[in-house]
Design a protein around this ligand. Structure first.
Ligand code: GLC
Length: 447
């Protein structure tokens, strides 16, 4: 009896630890990647209207919205240039919309929307747009050539599909309870499309969207998740396929508290829209983007920064500029960002911070490029040196308020000179080298 219990216990413990090891192995590249570039490209870039939501919210009649497909020629689409720019930005992965909520596929799908219309043409750019080619696969190939990881965005809801219940905000096609076969038909369609993408693109990451319209059970989320993981056990799935996610996906607003999931990714537009819109000139500045990025990384997350190419395939000049500036900054501050872990938290330093994985180097991101005495609290270690990262310049520092016979640390003051030669035009980063791995004090102080 004892022996059996022991064996059972052993099997349980080893399977638990195996599962944990493989999850952290699987998530390793993602956790280290820090920056990804999101791309929303679809027929909505032709007229520059809201991606899919334009007809759902009745801003534009459905036939007018869909007519953009007949005008999508993508004549200046050079996916190798996209991939090169993404690489240059410092990003380690990229996610392209294979199909948004409007149901238009960028790849050459063979899945036809309705079982009743066997001869109907698939709803894809490859077949129905003047572009007349697969717009997804050449990008995937270029991405691999640059050594980047590939993510496939797929909207699991499809407001164009005749067997999908949802259509516009105030109209639906049917109720699943009343017409279960119709829903089954739609689920088979999704499955076919996902297996096409899975086989053709072999993504490193699936970025699902639109899961909010149905339950995990209705989506058959477990089956879908199993299908994708069986094909590639290392594949990562975002948190929008209900119940299947490996990580959380807050959107647009940086959370005040870090999300509960160990892994998370903030997706963020560069202006106010995901896709290209002519009138939207509300660009975030490189300073603003880097400030958000540093905050994300300091809180253990990734940033998925969005761009929306124009209908002809060109990336708007402002977005090119943002990505290039980000690339310059990332290159200079590489060690503070990539392969780092979250830092020491708000009570210790009034700004974002990260740590090297061995906890010997502490990186401080100076908000608003602050200069003068910069205060850091609770560091118990001896500080060996402080340098302005990327400049090979050491700056003076001192410790004040240390009581010689108490084990409470003093306050570290770093004197950052107001010298434009030394400060980064976007955000300056300090590297604090400690004598040994960081030991933090975070009590109420005193003796
Ligand atoms: C939302 C929107 C969608 C966009 C996505 C990106 O879910 O529905 O339009 O693609 O956010 O995160």
């Amino acid at each position: 009896m004892m022996k059996r219990v022991f064996i059972l216990f052993f099997v349980f413990v080893s399977s638990v630890s195996q599962a944990q090891v493989s999850q952290s192995d699987k998530m390793q590249w993602f956790g280290d990647a820090k920056l990804g570039i999101f791309i929303h490209w679809g027929i909505y870039s032709v007229d520059g209207t809201d991606e899919s939501w334009a007809f759902y919210n009745k801003k534009v009649p459905y036939p007018v919205y869909m007519s953009q497909l007949n005008r999508w020629s993508a004549e200046n689409y050079h996916p190798e240039e996209w991939a090169r720019l993404i690489k240059k930005s410092g990003a380690r992965y990229t996610v392209l919309t294979s199909k948004h909520h409007d149901g238009v596929a960028l790849w050459d799908t063979k899945a036809v929307p309705s079982s009743k219309k066997r001869n109907a043409a698939p709803l894809s750019a490859a077949v129905r747009a003047p572009a007349k080619r697969d717009l997804f696969t050449p990008f995937a190939e270029a991405v691999r050539k640059e050594g980047l990881k590939l993510g496939v965005y797929y909207s699991i809801l499809d407001w164009s599909h005749p067997d999908y219940p949802g259509f516009r905000k105030d109209s639906t096609r049917y109720e699943i309870k009343k017409e279960p076969e119709r829903w089954e038909n739609f689920c088979r369609f999704n499955q076919t499309q996902l297996s096409e993408l899975m086989v053709q693109q072999n993504p490193d990451l699936w970025w699902f969207d639109g899961g909010w319209e149905h339950s995990a059970e209705e989506w058959k989320a477990v089956e879908l998740g199993n299908m994708l993981r069986n094909q590639n056990p290392n594949v990562i799935i975002n948190g929008r396929l209900p119940g299947q996610g490996d990580y959380d996906t807050p959107e647009q607003n940086f959370p005040i508290e870090r999300p509960k999931e160990k892994y998370w990714e903030l997706c963020l537009t560069t202006n106010d829209n995901w896709g290209f819109q002519f009138q939207d000139k509300n660009w975030k500045t490189p300073k603003e983007i880097v400030t958000i990025f540093a905050d994300v990384v300091a809180n253990g997350g990734n940033l998925l920064l969005d761009i929306g190419p124009m209908a002809d395939g060109k990336i708007p000049a402002e977005q090119v500029r943002i990505l290039e500036e980000l690339g310059r900054w990332n290159h200079k501050h590489e060690e503070a960002i990539f392969n780092s872990v979250g830092g020491i938290g708000a009570g210790h330093f009034y700004g974002p911070s990260t740590l090297s994985k061995d906890s010997i180097n502490l990186y401080l991101f100076l908000p608003g490029n602050a200069t003068g005495p910069i205060e850091v609290k609770g560091i118990k270690n001896q500080v060996l040196k402080v340098e302005i990262l990327g400049t090979a310049t050491n700056v003076p520092f001192k410790v004040v308020g240390k009581i010689s016979w108490s084990d409470k640390p003093g306050l570290l003051f770093i004197d950052v000179p107001n010298d434009p030669q030394l400060l980064d035009p976007v955000m300056t980063v300090l590297k604090v080298t400690l004598k040994d791995p960081l030991k933090l004090y975070s009590g109420t102080g005193g003796l």
